[in-house]
Design a protein. Structure first.
Length: 542
């Protein structure tokens, strides 16, 4: 099939699907519109909401094959993809998922994917307890147009191990992982598979669109954001930097190289998934596996991209309806500790010192994962920060990582609430990291995580603002001989001052050489933080 004929076929399919969609636009939620629940049903709606932490009543009113708008960039709609694309197994893990959201996910895959590209859909049941997810589901999927296989986990194992089971059973050339409350849009699959055909070591993610947990309204995600993380190893979305825009020469339909992925939705060559180490089976349930895989892909010779011509919607919930064995915090801390020990080298100290409670967690044996890193001849984390994520919140070069103590008061700078526009306070130095961890970087920022010390004028309050890397109000210079911290723009010195409520705060005043303007920058050692956390009589929580 030549490109002209293929384009004609794609246009005809698009016209047909648009016609089908148009017949159903009046139903609840059609074309991605919000569902409004009558006042008389509000109390029942609130009760049902608790089951899955989304509006179950709204979801159940929406057709399982509801129509959605075509949210792609115009340039994506006319792209022509190769004739011979790899096929894919779509792996969907669920645990006590709602019938309507699970089946809507399945229908969206079937209805908006060329069937010759769908090897199978694999539903992995992570020990669900609801009856309708047993025999009723098995009987229902037998009549679908694409082979659907259901795999049952013997006991609750979590997303990571359930995905490993699904991947092991897959037969497709590519594995596409989706969450159980997604909706795929027109043309979502071909650009993902085409990119993997082009480069089998490229792991690709769609743009993740927002499906409201309150009313199931469908909102297009942005092609101008990509994945990053902070010192606490929390995944975050950040604006696509100019360097990446320049690399693509302004063509927004080209894939975006992303330092990390959200982890719920992505496609990967099945053989490469095994070669690169699949998932860390030592991790529990969910959490941290997305960063672990992101670091591993980049450091070990692969690449990670957001394919901007692919859109998949996802129900984003404000809370999880599920319990984690051992508690959510414990599970995520264990998983993050494993990824830090294996992949982050000396930069793991940023994580441990700002989250010292993590060092109490038993993270198991990571020798197999370290051997994997050695066998794959993976690059150090410093290379990742330098080449893949130079705008990371973790500075590549820094002079100190620890407390900033005032000579006169013997108190430390304290980022009390870790909030934007928060005033910087002074509190007794506790040596246990957390809010009193600051890094003085080679770029002359004083930062903690993604917040920097910022002041706009002499005698003005020193506050924490998001680091913008534009220097200006966030540029400081420490003099190790005089122990002063000079604010370069105002030429004032960081000074302890009294706040309106009588507590100690900070400002910038004309430099006078006094002890209220003298500061000691001290590096924490991980050993001392561990000792403080383990043996402090305080019940210190971060």
């Amino acid at each position: 099939m030549n490109n002209t004929l293929q384009l004609c076929v794609q246009v005809l399919v698009h016209v047909y699907l648009t016609a089908v969609i148009s017949r159903n636009q009046e139903g609840p939620g059609e074309m991605g519109k919000a569902v409004r629940i009558p006042k008389d049903d509000q109390e029942k709606m609130k009760e049902l909401f608790k089951i899955n932490q989304f509006n179950l009543m709204a979801s159940d009113l929406i057709a399982l094959n509801r129509s959605l708008p075509d949210v792609r960039l115009e340039g994506c709609k006319t792209k022509v993809y190769p004739d011979e694309l790899p096929n894919t197994s779509v792996v969907i893990v669920f645990h006590n998922e709602a019938w309507s959201t699970l089946l809507r996910t399945v229908y969206s895959v079937i209805n908006r994917s060329p069937h010759y590209l769908l090897s199978e859909i694999i539903l992995v049941d992570d020990a669900s307890e609801r009856d309708f997810l047993k025999m009723a589901l098995e009987n229902y999927v037998k009549n679908l147009e694409v082979p659907v296989k259901i795999i049952r986990m013997e006991q609750r194992s979590g997303l990571i191990r359930a995905r490993l089971r699904g991947a092991a059973a897959s037969k497709g050339q590519v594995i596409t992982f989706l969450d159980a409350h997604c909706e795929c849009t027109l043309g979502w699959l071909e650009p993902l598979l085409a990119r993997i055909k082009e480069s089998r070591k490229t792991v690709v993610c769609p743009i993740i669109d927002l499906i409201s947990d309150d009313n199931f309204e469908y909102t297009a995600g942005s092609d101008m954001t990509y994945g990053g993380f902070n010192w606490k190893l929390n995944f975050r979305w950040y604006p696509v930097p100019q360097r990446e825009m320049d690399r693509r020469k302004g063509d927004r339909t080209l894939p975006v190289r992303t330092p990390t992925m959200a982890g719920g939705l992505f496609s990967i060559d099945r053989n490469y998934f095994e070669e690169i180490g699949a998932y860390d089976a030592g991790m529990d349930i969910w959490g941290g596996e997305n960063l672990e895989m992101s670091f591993r892909i980049w450091q070990c010779g692969g690449s990670l991209e957001i394919v901007t011509c692919s859109h998949v919607g996802h129900v984003f919930r404000k809370a999880t309806p599920y319990t984690f064995p051992g508690g959510t915090g414990h599970v995520i801390n264990k998983n993050n500790r494993r990824l830090a020990e294996v992949w982050m080298d000396e930069f793991k100290d940023f994580f441990y010192i700002i989250s010292p409670g993590v060092v109490k967690v038993d993270y198991g044996d990571v020798s197999v994962r370290k051997a994997l890193r050695e066998n794959l001849k993976c690059k150090p984390f410093s290379w990742y920060l330098e080449n893949i994520y130079p705008d990371s919140q973790i500075p590549r070069r820094y002079y100190s990582l620890g407390e900033i103590r005032n000579v006169e008061t013997n108190q430390c700078l304290d980022n009390m609430g870790r909030k934007d526009n928060e005033k910087v306070g002074m509190f007794n130095c506790h040596g246990m990291g957390g809010n009193q961890v600051f890094s003085y970087t080679a770029e002359k920022e004083i930062r903690t995580d993604d917040f920097c010390l910022d002041v706009s004028r002499l005698s003005g309050p020193v506050i924490m603002l998001k680091c913008h890397h534009m220097r200006g109000n966030q540029l400081w210079e420490y003099d190790a001989e005089t122990h002063t911290i000079l604010h370069i723009i105002t030429q004032g010195c960081l000074t302890v001052s009294k706040l309106y409520d009588g507590s100690q705060g900070t400002t910038v005043e004309m430099c006078n050489g006094g002890p209220l303007q003298m500061w000691m920058l001290r590096n924490y050692t991980l050993l001392e933080v561990i000792r403080k956390v383990f043996y402090s009589p305080l019940d210190y929580k971060l």
